[in-house]
Design a protein around this ligand. Structure first.
Ligand SMILES: [Zn+2]
Length: 150
């Protein structure tokens, strides 16, 4: 992995760094010795790195959830969808949009997908959201924990 994210021990901000580098200097002026830090969210994509740093910083400020370190490819496509969903502020429209985007990428949606949707629209209760989506006829159940968009 070419890049990773570190959290500055002085100002607490996330920074993207190249994993081959030994030191970096934070915007706050603190010199950080990378060999002593654990690189988080390793990635090969500078674009993804910038995205993760932005999310981690937003999350540290209390503005959003931490990006998930696992399932790199999925996280990335969720990030794209989340970006598209920003066109609307209405939570219902947002949900509809996200589900439609997800459905375009995969034929079946599962609890994991809805967890991501919940994070994107800032809803805490996953079950409630799924019930709501079912109620509204946005999705239907095709099996235990498996759904399809209508
Ligand atoms: Zn700093």
């Amino acid at each position: 992995m070419k890049y990773g994210v570190i959290i500055c021990p002085k100002c607490g901000k996330a920074r993207g760094v190249e994993s081959r580098r030994k030191t970096t200097t934070c915007q706050c002026g603190r010199k950080i010795i990378l060999t002593r830090m654990k690189l988080q969210f390793p990635t090969d994509s500078p674009h993804e790195l910038a995205d993760i740093v932005g999310k981690v910083n937003a999350s540290l400020k209390g503005g959003g959830p931490m990006p998930s370190a696992k399932k790199k490819r999925k996280t990335n496509s969720y990030a794209v969808i989340s970006e598209k969903a920003k066109v609307t502020k209405d939570p219902l429209e947002k949900m509809r949009l996200i589900v439609a985007e997800l459905a375009a990428q995969k034929s079946e949606l599962d609890a994991d997908d809805f967890k991501q949707v919940a994070i994107m629209i800032g809803k805490e209760n996953l079950e409630d959201m799924i019930v709501r989506l079912l109620d509204l006829g946005i999705i239907y159940e095709i099996g235990p924990g498996k759904f399809k968009a209508v």
